[in-house]
Design a protein around this ligand. Structure first.
Ligand code: CA
Length: 139
């Protein structure tokens, strides 16, 4: 199925192997990706590059994924950016906090590429629908 607009997905994950796997699978599906290993860079890119979706690891050196999520969802620049948080097992409390902060979905590590892609498709579809509704309300 050809995509008219190639969504851009920002991947923030400090484990290089996992980041590579996520990016590989997303690009194979036809998405554009930008990858970063730190929360600071991820946050800056989320504001400057206006990606369509962000995949965000919670345990990052420096600025945590939680801080990134909070700053985006409570900020004024790119509040509507959908975020899927990625978290290791045993961090359920963090997942709950992330969702309460406005994250759109979560993935518990380890996850299969098929699950990742299914979640990405669902969140993108939901956000496109939301954008379309908001446009209609404006007119
Ligand atoms: Ca990590």
């Amino acid at each position: 199925m050809p995509m008219t607009h190639k969504p851009t997905i920002l991947v923030v994950e400090d484990e290089e192997d996992l980041r590579d796997i996520i990016i590989y699978n997303l690009e194979r599906e036809g998405y554009k990706t930008i990858g970063f290993e730190s929360g600071e860079e991820g946050f800056e890119q989320a504001i400057s590059e206006k990606p369509d979706l962000m995949i965000l690891d919670l345990m990052l050196p420096g600025m945590s994924g939680m801080d990134v999520c909070r700053n985006i969802k409570q900020g004024s620049d790119n509040q509507s950016l959908p975020i899927i948080i990625v978290s290791a097992k045993g961090e359920e409390a963090d997942i709950v906090s992330g969702l309460e902060l406005g994250a759109d979905d979560y993935l518990a590590k380890p996850f299969s590429p098929r699950i990742l892609l299914a979640r990405v498709r669902t969140v993108l579809r939901r956000s496109e629908r939301k954008a379309a509704t908001e446009e209609n309300e404006d007119t």
